[in-house]
Design a protein around this ligand. Structure first.
Ligand code: PLP
Length: 408
């Protein structure tokens, strides 16, 4: 696979905006969808639409088999020991809320316990913990990031106490693009008896993830950021941990037996999947995973590295541009670039770039505490995936410079 063959798989790349070819650099928010994913959705909707796990008729069995095949594919893709460790959710947000609520309901937290959260986290990995903290009188502690965006791992041991119950950290920050040292974080936390939840929303499409190698207890991600359908997410949890947790929601199919006196619950992972699940969406994870695997070629890696180096060099040369997430070792960053520009508002830049056909993200990027940390009200972000080309990166930098000139 080279970049042009990857591009041919994504029909939306043929679209134009304001008469210009679409240059889609908002992949960290939602990636585009390949034909294989659209076809899977269509096939599920047109041929195999039926409820899951319930009926004995052929169509229901087919739908269920495809849903469960997706679970097996996810388990194998992320190196999980068993499909029983894979819970389907609506996305990263629901996955994290599920863990927070279940730990709370399991009596895992006592008053005064601590939750450690990386300073660079997305709101999805902050607010669910604040909600639990409010109800249980817990203390939230912050694992800081350095000026260049790396986590201050040296400070981690001192931040952990006998009360630190869980540490929540992204594999890759959605603002900084920095790859965090998850394995090391897990080792340090586990030595203290602290669980680790990893938000894999940005890592899943860019890195090769092996949850057992990382050593994390929970790993969450969303389908729509890795070329699958929206409304589909995954929560990985170590099996004994999942088995120790009570259900998240009550409803159909998450039970073993129901009576007015007593209800017992299904084994994992069904216990956490109450009600009718995403029949058409979940199976799209299979072609999305297939594609992610096929994208790991040296040609594509070369192009991604060329994009990264080109943009990092271009930004380093421009005194008006501040790049957030600029680790000394470039291999520790994915091709995701968040900047602020002296004298130009991020929203104005994004609007001008849009008129040039370039889709970027502007604003707080659901990471307001990190914006405060860097003393900005927002940033402009361009995020690349393997269908983006070096030529697009060059066009982006050229247009950005034009936009800055217009605003000065
Ligand atoms: N975590 C990170 C790091 C993200 O980038 C995002 C989305 O941007 C989320 C969590 C939330 O993902 P979703 O909205 O798919 O639940």
């Amino acid at each position: 696979m080279d970049v042009s063959s990857v591009r041919s798989l994504f029909p939306q790349l043929q679209e134009s905006v304001y008469g210009k070819p679409l240059v889609y650099l908002d992949n960290a928010a939602t990636s585009l969808r390949p034909l294989s994913v659209v076809r899977e959705w269509d096939e599920m909707s047109l041929k195999h639409n039926s409820n899951l796990h319930r009926a004995v008729h052929k169509t229901a069995v087919d739908a269920t088999e495809r849903y469960e095949a997706a679970r097996a594919a996810v388990a194998s893709f992320i190196g999980s020991a068993s499909p029983k460790e894979i819970v389907f959710t609506s996305g990263t947000t629901q996955s994290i809320n599920l863990v927070a609520a279940c730990l709370e309901n399991a009596g895992f937290f006592s008053e005064g316990d601590e939750i450690l959260i990386a300073e660079s986290e997305h709101h999805s990995d902050i607010v669910p913990w604040q909600l639990v903290s409010g109800r249980k009188s817990l203390k939230i502690k912050i694992l800081p990031v350095k000026q260049k965006g790396e986590i201050e791992i040296d400070k981690l041991p001192a931040l952990l106490t006998s009360k630190t119950k869980i540490c929540c950290v992204a594999q890759v920050s959605n603002v900084l693009g920095v790859i965090n040292p998850i394995k090391e974080i897990c080792e340090i936390c586990h030595a203290n008896g602290t669980l680790v939840l990893v938000d894999g929303a940005q890592g899943i499409a860019h890195l090769t993830t092996d949850v057992r190698e990382l050593g994390c207890d929970f790993y969450a991600f969303s389908g729509h950021k890795m070329f699958a359908a929206p409304g589909v997410g995954v929560l990985y949890g170590r099996q004994p941990l999942l088995e120790s947790l009570p259900p998240y929601m009550g409803g159909g199919e998450m039970i073993e037996s129901v009576s007015w006196e007593k209800t017992t619950f299904a084994p994992v992972p069904g216990r956490f999947e109450a009600g009718t699940q995403n029949i058409s969406g979940v199976p799209t994870l299979v072609p999305a995973i297939e594609l992610c695997k096929r994208l790991k070629t040296s040609e594509i890696e070369k192009e991604q590295a060329a994009i990264k180096n080109y943009i990092l060099d271009a930004f380093a040369e421009d005194a008006d541009i501040t790049l957030y997430g600029n680790p000394a070792e470039r291999e520790k960053k994915i091709p995701l670039f968040s900047i602020s520009v002296k004298g130009a508002h991020h929203e104005d830049l994004a609007l001008i770039l849009d008129k040039m056909g370039i889709a970027t993200r502007s604003g707080q990027m659901c990471a307001e505490p990190l914006m405060d940390r860097f003393g900005v009200t927002g940033m402009l972000r361009a995020s690349f995936v393997p269908y983006n080309t070096l030529d697009e990166a060059k066009y982006f930098v050229e247009c950005l410079k034009k936009a800055i000139k217009m605003l000065k």
